[in-house]
Write a protein that binds this ligand. Structure first.
Ligand SMILES: [Zn+2]
Ligand SMILES: [Zn+2]
Length: 98
């Protein structure tokens, strides 16, 4: 069974049957998900990079793998560097793997 007392690590997934996007917890054995994306606002989620808790906001609704602000900054810098060497596309696709 799923552990009850943990902070979920939300990931935006697309339901194949309806094509709807919902946030689901990606931790092993946890089947928790939110039927409406907006419900995630104000909830805690674990950052996909550093695994520290962050509070979900409206800004996170379109982000497949939510990350905390420090990690987002680091990633933005990395992306700029990648684009600078002409590999920006690769990095963007990484976040989209199913
Ligand atoms: Zn969970
Ligand atoms: Zn982080």
């Amino acid at each position: 069974m799923a552990k009850k007392n943990h902070i979920h690590m939300y990931e935006l997934i697309t339901l194949k049957a309806s094509g709807r996007k919902v946030f689901k917890c990606m931790l092993v054995d946890c089947t928790h998900y939110l039927p409406e994306r907006e419900l995630v606002i104000g909830r805690k989620s674990l950052c996909h990079i550093c695994k520290e808790p962050l509070v979900m906001t409206r800004e996170h609704l379109e982000i497949k793998k939510p990350v905390c602000e420090p990690c987002r900054d680091i990633r933005a810098k990395r992306r700029e560097a990648m684009i600078a060497v002409g590999r920006g596309g690769e990095l963007l696709e990484e976040a989209d793997a199913d």
